[in-house]
Design a binder for this molecule. Structure first.
Ligand code: URP
Ligand code: ZN
Ligand code: ZN
Length: 473
């Protein structure tokens, strides 16, 4: 299977060059001018277009069992929808129930993901603690290629990790050379605020952001950063949505800490007015955590991305249809939390980032694939177009435009949070493992073609951390 992408401008995070890209057997074999294609090779004409690494979405939840239901998008439909928008890899989450063995949960998720069309990997959540969890973390790192462990500081009485769990898990992750990640919201505060709001008769979606004000995120962001600093482990904050949390990340980084931040396309673009919409279904469709925020937070998040304080962009793709959202018709705390976007992230980011001059195309590549690949230690296999890398590529037409709509999207959900947004800059072709999986509207995703991608532990930053600890001891 060979493919030549001809006549485009290759854009990596560090530079751009006029080059053809030749792929064979799933790998990039050559990047250079005027390459010849062997007989039988398929050819993509990329004239006037950018040729970039396929998007890596480091935060998705396909088929997640959550809040009494299961996310509507499965690993096949979700990765296929990603292809239609230029995303070629996801990092999803194994989330064990409290007291469930990590290995058992991991095997469940591996089974569900077998139908994936695109490559995938897993962060594993640590939701409780005992010696078996410690042992399973070692197995996951050493045998299964897991190098990141997630901690939910919210969702009390469900998957929330206590400070005790966080402490032990962070120590263990450091020993094993794995990075820790966190959903930063103070779950106790959320729980108490939810009770107070319901007691006052506030039962609709407007209660959701009131129960999760920005400082609730700020407190948890600060706490988890301090945990990581005390223990000396690198930490990655998922879905940073407030100026408050961003400020804690900026201060920690300025002080030399290894702290990383992810921002969602949704949080960059959508504000909290959605919860005041009188249409219950519309407001409930936007219920996700952390919630969409007042507008000034969006400006801060864009600045965070531009300055490099936030390194990655994601979607937290976790779809629930209207009939599922209606589980919370009389009580906003029962509305399944989650929204979609795996198909739209690149176009939304390009339009509102590159299209406005906030980001260069190279910075776009950093924020949509290269930085995630670096932080989660799969670079340069993923996240760059160089000889020897996986042939996961998007051919990007900067002049193509469309209006995002649930009527035309490929995502398996009956709502789109970006509905009506005009985007300019679209994937014309997507290549996964050297094969054309999307070509000008023709989606050719193949069920089960995606591979589980192992991510090695002991990222070089662990050596740096060790040296730093020794030199300051
Ligand atoms: O509302 C959300 N984000 N649902 C998915 C679980 C999580 O918190 O990431
Ligand atoms: Zn979360
Ligand atoms: Zn999530």
């Amino acid at each position: 299977m060979s493919l030549l992408i001809r006549g485009g401008t290759v854009v990596n995070a560090d530079r751009r060059l006029r080059a053809d890209v030749y792929c064979e057997n799933g790998k990039i074999i050559a990047v250079g001018e005027n390459l010849d294609a062997p007989a039988g090779a398929e050819t993509v004409d990329a004239g006037g277009q950018y040729v970039m690494p396929g998007g890596i979405d480091p935060h998705t939840h396909m088929q997640l069992p959550f809040m009494g239901t299961v996310a509507s998008e499965d690993f096949y439909t979700g990765t296929a929808a990603g292809f239609a928008g230029g995303t070629t890899m996801i990092i999803d989450f194994v989330i064990p129930n409290p007291q469930q063995s990590l290995m058992e949960a991991y095997r469940d998720w591996r089974g569900w993901a077998e139908k994936s069309a695109g490559d995938y990997s897993f962060h594993v959540a640590v939701t409780w603690w005992d010696e078996s969890v410690s042992k399973d973390m070692k197995t996951l790192v050493e045998e299964e290629g897991v190098n990141s462990f997630k901690h939910f500081m919210a969702y009390k009485d469900a998957i929330m990790a206590t400070d005790e769990t966080i402490y032990h898990s962070f120590k263990r992750a450091l020993e094993l050379g794995a990075i820790v990640t966190a959903h930063a919201e103070n779950g106790e505060m959320v729980y108490q605020l939810q009770k107070e709001l319901l007691a006052k008769g506030i039962t609709g979606p407007e209660g959701h952001p009131l129960s999760r004000p920005p400082k609730v995120e700020g407190e948890a962001a600060h706490r988890v950063i301090k945990f990581a600093e005390v223990i000396g482990v690198p930490v990655y904050l998922v879905h940073v949505s407030t100026a408050d949390a961003l400020g804690h990340i900026e201060r920690a980084r300025a002080e030399g800490s290894r702290v990383f931040g992810e921002v969602l396309a949704g949080h960059l673009m959508i504000d909290d007015s959605v919860y005041k919409n009188p249409d219950w279904e519309f407001a409930a469709a936007h219920v996700m955590s952390p919630p969409f925020r007042p507008k000034h937070h969006q400006d801060a998040l864009w600045r965070g991305l531009q300055s490099g304080s936030l390194q990655t962009t994601a979607t937290d793709h976790c779809c629930f249809c209207y009939d599922q959202k209606s589980m919370g018709k009389d009580d906003f705390t029962q509305i399944p939390n989650g929204t979609g976007g795996v198909e739209d992230r690149l176009a939304v980011l390009w339009t509102n980032g590159v299209g406005t001059g906030r980001l260069t195309p190279e910075e776009f590549v950093a924020a949509t694939s290269a930085n995630a690949a670096k932080i989660f230690n799969i670079y340069p296999r993923k996240g760059t177009i160089v000889e020897g890398a996986d042939a996961d590529i998007v051919v990007w037409d900067p002049a193509a435009s469309k209006t995002i709509s649930v009527k035309t999207h490929h995502q398996k959900v009956d709502f789109n949070i970006f509905e009506g947004m005009k985007v300019t800059g679209l994937a014309s072709h997507t290549i996964s493992q050297g094969k054309l999986v999307y070509a000008k509207g023709d989606l050719r995703a193949e069920k089960g073609a995606g591979r589980y991608i192992k991510r090695p532990a002991f990222h070089p930053m662990f050596e740096a951390l060790k040296k730093r600890a020794e030199s300051t001891a």
